[in-house]
Design a protein around this ligand. Structure first.
Ligand SMILES: [Zn+2]
Ligand SMILES: [Zn+2]
Length: 351
């Protein structure tokens, strides 16, 4: 039996459900879920919308047409069954699932960027059933990543929060010794960013968060210093201390967090915008041009980037973010705790 916890109605407690195990066809793989991380985007899907700012909203789960939907896209498990055309997947292999699956034929997909598919997206736990379940059907064996000897709990968080942080930091690239890096927002993704920053950019970050427990967690994961962006004079002090940061990553993604990160940049600086709290921000085009600033959006990451991140984690000692395990049956409570801002690091469900 495939047991799962599904969003049957937006905003309502997840509904336990049972169905016969699917039979994989072609190159499909049925994975027995061991762990599944609980991500902030699961809340948006549960709520039913993403806030685009200025009163505009984008609806989740194709406006409810996909309900009931099993959320969950940070999945580690073992191969339970493979389709007849599968070549490399074999029952018993323990694998991380790349969830950001696209249509395979649109221009971004043809570039190897299925995660920003412009066609019929198939992302696991977003557009098709995900990992808040005992089993998940993966559409092709090529989306399975061998995580080797990595801790499976940590590996699960690499499918979304780790990959999102890695892809954002990679857009910044290597920084010089005299450059400063600012990370805004130390939630699950932001803390993975703190953990990866030194290895990817060469710089330990300054971390801004409004929550003191998250600032403490950031210090434990290697932050150079931590600041409270809501305190009077914080931005001014940061500009004075650093002369403006060369790069900033906004893992919160609200109007105020974007404006704080953007306002911290020095001339020629680069802001990578990642968080999806939603909202809008204004920027002065004159300042933008004269300070020669750059703003990039970054949404999750590609299959190649997940493979790079796993290789990096296997060869480099990376600090692991705090993880709390909960049984799958507590999926609704886990979502609510995350929504209330009560989670430091990641909750991972054990199926
Ligand atoms: Zn996610
Ligand atoms: Zn596509």
């Amino acid at each position: 039996m495939l047991r799962s916890y599904q969003i049957a109605q937006f905003g309502q407690p997840l509904k336990p459900s049972e169905a016969p195990l699917p039979d994989p066809k072609g190159r499909e793989v049925l994975v027995r879920v061991e762990h599944c991380g609980v991500c902030h985007s699961d809340i948006h899907i549960w709520d039913g919308y993403f806030d685009l700012g200025n009163g505009r909203k984008v609806v989740a789960a194709n406006n409810g047409a996909l309900l009931p939907l099993t959320p969950g896209h940070e999945i580690v498990g073992s191969v339970a069954a493979v389709g007849p055309a599968a070549r490399t997947a074999q029952p018993g292999q323990r694998r991380l699932v790349f969830p950001w699956i696209g249509c395979g034929t649109c221009p971004p997909c043809r570039d190897g960027n299925e995660h920003i598919c412009a066609g019929a997206q198939q992302a696991i736990g977003i557009f098709r059933d995900g990992g808040y379940a005992t089993h998940v059907l993966v559409p092709d064996e090529r989306y399975l990543v061998d995580y080797g000897s990595l801790d499976p709990l940590l590996a699960s968080t690499y499918a979304c929060s780790g990959l999102t942080a890695y892809s954002a930091l990679k857009k910044i690239g290597r920084l010089a010794d005299h450059h400063s890096l600012l990370i805004v927002g130390a939630g699950g993704v932001g803390l993975n960013g703190v953990a990866l920053a030194k290895a990817v950019t060469g710089q330990a970050p300054i971390v801004a968060d409004i929550d003191p427990t998250k600032r403490e967690a950031a210090l434990r994961l290697g932050a150079r210093s931590v600041i409270d962006p809501r305190e009077d004079g914080t931005l001014k002090a940061l500009l004075k201390e650093t002369g403006g940061v060369m790069a900033a990553v906004d893992f919160a993604g609200s109007g105020p967090s974007f404006e704080f990160a953007y306002g911290s940049l020095r001339k020629g600086g680069h802001l990578v915008s990642v968080g999806l709290l939603g909202g809008a921000a204004t920027l002065s085009l004159g300042i933008h041009v004269m300070k020669a600033l750059r703003v990039s959006g970054s949404y999750v990451g590609s299959l190649a980037e997940l493979q790079e991140l796993i290789a990096l984690a296997q060869t480099t000692e990376l600090p692991g973010l705090p993880i709390t395990e909960k049984p799958l049956a507590q999926a609704t409570e886990a979502l609510q705790a995350l929504k209330d801002g009560r989670v430091v690091g990641r909750i991972v469900l054990d199926a």
